[in-house]
Design a protein. Structure first.
Length: 78
């Protein structure tokens, strides 16, 4: 029983940790490239910004799904 609870806790930590790491790296890369694109073509800044915000929202959704999985695993502990 204690082993199962420990493994579930490790799974929760891995789900949140890896998702946060991946989302953070992805958002940093996307934002950096968007800033570079706006510097090179200022006339397209509005379009690039809109596309960036939509992409960032999808990345955040992945982190929220990981949080949901962690909550589902948490209910298995009790």
């Amino acid at each position: 029983m204690e082993l199962t609870m420990g493994l579930i806790a490790i799974g929760m930590g891995l789900a949140l940790g890896l998702a946060s790491l991946g989302v953070g790296i992805g958002q940093g890369i996307a934002t950096g490239h968007a800033a570079e694109s706006m510097a090179r073509q200022p006339e397209l800044a509005g379009t690039i910004r809109t596309t960036l915000i939509i992409g960032l929202a999808f990345m955040e959704a992945a982190a929220i799904y990981a949080l949901l999985i962690a909550f589902m695993l948490f209910t298995k502990i009790g």
